[in-house]
Ligand binder design. Sequence first.
Ligand SMILES: Cc1cc2nc3c(=O)[nH]c(=O)nc-3n(C[C@H](O)[C@H](O)[C@H](O)COP(=O)(O)OP(=O)(O)OC[C@H]3O[C@@H](n4cnc5c(N)ncnc54)[C@H](O)[C@@H]3O)c2cc1C
Length: 368
Amino acid sequence: MLDVAVVGAGVVGASIAWRLSQAGARVRVIERSRPAAGTSGASFAWVNASAKSPRDYFELNLAGLREHQRLVEELGGAPWYHPGGNLVWVAEDELPVMERRVEELLSWGYWAEWQSAQDVQANLEPGLRCADPTARLVFYPEEAWVDVPLLVGTLLDLARSAGAEVIEGDPVVAIEVAGGQVHGLRLRSGAAFAVHAVVNAAGPWAGRIAGLLGLPLPLAPSAGLVVRVAVPGEPIRRVLHTPIVNVRPDGPGHVLLHHDDADAQLGDRREVEAHDPLSWMLLERARQVLDGLEEADVVAATVGIRPIPADERSCIGAVSAVGGYYEAVTHSGVTLGPLIGRLLAQEILTGEVEPVAAPFRPDRFPRG
Ligand SMILES: Cc1cc2nc3c(=O)[nH]c(=O)nc-3n(C[C@H](O)[C@H](O)[C@H](O)COP(=O)(O)OP(=O)(O)OC[C@H]3O[C@@H](n4cnc5c(N)ncnc54)[C@H](O)[C@@H]3O)c2cc1C
């Protein structure tokens, strides 16, 4: 039986661990903190392909979106998965660019529709505040958002039921190699295991894990802020992007806010209080685009670090410099997690690489 260690219990590691255990591998997931404590617990968690270019990265994300739908069917219900689509309110001066983008997406077979603000208010989002009824929004009906901690918890439970062990609160500190092949792993507690393969799914810390093998993995991480707000009623039903703030539901009585402007103002800060001016800025902006937020209050603000390989493309698969060493490091990891889980398990167990993932091999980076 193949012994595999998965380093990191975020959405990517949990997905890989489940698919590997389901296929019969003996899996240990090693998490230095607790599941979803990394970027996966600080994500806007919008499942999409509409914001993805060039074409091969779009196709990868489209396959990721479809994999979520397939997972829902396979498991016969998915309380973490929230379909309903995504609305993008387009600023007047951005309309020509967006028109070209929608044409392109339609020509790639992606489902996109133009809607007037008036129609959106009547049919989709009654709480949308928009003075101009003719303002235009793009609707992507197939997109969704995910409760990531719930998904990660479920995947790890499924992995455990298939025989996996999940070790929490104990970081990997060494990976042993003999004869060019991974053969062991050591944790900070002193625990050590023999393994045939190691998967680096350590998100923004993946560079350190690669460094344990002397294989530099260049990352260009960036910080982002999400703000959770307690709200009366249901001011929003689906993902909404506007020029000043992005909003989505976040379970009963809550919405989640994000915007690049707040990310840009974070600077070096990695912790933000709920009542920080940046959190209030996002709430004030949300009040401008949605009704019913007068009594809303910020309950949490979380900074996450996006695990972005230096060329801004996903890094998925075997690293040929060391036998048995695999990487799964990516931005858009919520969209891609379940797909990467299936594809990487297949590669580890059979050596087969599906064409959709072929342009994203880790070997494109020079390794020391
Ligand atoms: C603000 C923001 C908004 C985002 N919005 C979206 C979005 O809308 N849609 C989307 O698809 N993606 C989005 N992303 C990106 C997405 O959240 C990430 O790509 C994804 O969560 C990465 O998951 P992961 O499992 O690779 O990493 P992580 O969730 O970070 O998991 C890695 C795990 O490895 C563990 N670890 C690290 N070092 C060690 C070690 N030495 N030993 C053991 N364990 C270790 C960590 O503790 C961590 O739990 C967003 C990210 C941010 C920050």
